[in-house]
Design a protein around this ligand. Structure first.
Ligand code: PHE
Length: 357
């Protein structure tokens, strides 16, 4: 009995893995194991012999079972330790040891303008970049034959042959979010929507994808005077200089009446773009009082609610504020440019802490 015990406990102690353990178990106490066979011989013993051998065999079987269980647990712990050692990671190391990433000027400008409008009570709304014909045009009072559709240089999505619905479009402006926000929230409402828009256009101040921030404010008593104040206040806060000069020009949009485009005084002298000086004007936004048909398309009663909307070019704001003369560079993904014009990613702009300093 002692030989058996010594043999199997020794094997268990030396077992390298669970497979080895299992074959030891089979050899000792499996159906045809050595100890099981011995237990079968008990029947052939005299009662006196059996009284000694029976309990001893049972005790041995128990001992082997617990040795197996203990070794199995120890093997599991060792495997876990091994894995923890292998997958060890120093979470205190800096994520970019040599060069921190930076925020793109468009992202930075987006964060800044969101902080400013949030302070004026606007919340952020969103909509899809692939938009239906209805949201991008019809709901905004731009019917099928309207010249504005052609003027916008729209990118149309493909439709399967035989599908006669009007094609979806890459949204040409953020104005469809006016409709979506009115549908979702009703009135009164005060929202902005920053996001990407698309038009087939390419030169120093136009790229096929660019960014706008839409604004919409509806209530029972909102006038053009409120629009003018909000835009002027916004520009002063955004450019962080008091002598920003704006020019409101009467204009036309199908979705506003009356409409105004706003230009900002700037200088291109010497190839550098500077704001607050010079004799040039750069158009930065379109705006106006929301057309009653648009309010109705959003599911709101235009007899009760009125208000203003605007669409500002975010990229243009960033060009002016940070003195970047060519818009195309914004989307070239040139690392040297990104490092030069990028912003520290952890400096969240706030009105209290300063927007861009
Ligand atoms: N959607 C217009 C554009 O992209 C801008 C605009 C928005 C004008 C809201 C008036 C009101 O040109």
């Amino acid at each position: 009995m002692d030989d058996l015990k010594g043999k199997y406990l020794g094997q268990i102690a030396d077992a390298a893995d669970e497979t080895a353990l299992e074959s030891i178990r089979l050899a000792a106490i499996g159906k045809k194991g050595e100890i099981s066979l011995k237990m079968r011989e008990l029947g052939r013993m005299t009662p006196e012999e059996r009284q000694v051998a029976g309990p001893a065999l049972n005790a041995l079987k128990d001992e082997i079972n617990s040795a197996l269980a203990a070794k199995k647990a120890a093997l599991g712990d060792a495997a876990l330790d091994e894995r923890l050692r292998g997958e060890w990671l120093d979470v205190t190391l800096p994520s970019r040891p040599r060069r921190a990433g930076t925020l793109h000027p468009v992202s930075q400008a987006g964060e800044e303008l969101t902080a400013i409008f949030a302070d004026m009570g606007f919340s952020v709304a969103e909509g899809p970049r692939i938009e239906t014909d209805w949201y991008n045009f019809d709901a905004l009072n731009i019917p099928g034959h309207h010249p504005a559709r052609a003027e916008m240089d729209t990118f149309y999505m493909h439709r399967a042959a035989g599908d006669n619905r009007p094609p979806n479009v890459l949204r040409t402006h953020t104005s469809p979010v006016q409709i979506r926000a009115m549908e979702a929230q009703g009135a009164p409402i005060r929202i902005i929507c920053p996001g990407g828009v698309y038009r087939a256009d390419y030169d120093q101040t136009h790229t096929p994808m660019f960014h706008q921030v839409e604004g919409l404010a509806l209530d029972t008593d909102i006038s053009m005077a409120n629009l003018k104040w909000v835009l002027e206040e916004f520009c002063r806060a955004f450019f962080e200089i008091d002598d920003v000069e704006l020019r409101f020009r009467a204009s036309h949009f199908p979705f506003t009446e009356p409409s105004a485009e706003v230009d900002i005084r700037c200088s291109w002298a010497g190839g550098a773009l500077r704001i607050g000086e010079g004799d040039d004007w750069m158009e930065i936004l379109g705006s106006g009082m929301v057309h009653p048909s648009v309010i109705a398309a959003g599911g709101i009663d235009p007899e009760v609610y009125q208000g203003f909307a605007f669409g500002i070019g975010i990229d243009r704001l960033a060009m002016l504020k940070y003195g970047i003369p060519d818009l195309r560079a914004f989307f070239d993904s040139d690392l040297r440019w990104l490092r030069h014009y990028g912003f520290a990613s952890l400096d969240v702009p706030t009105l209290r802490g300063g927007l861009s300093r």
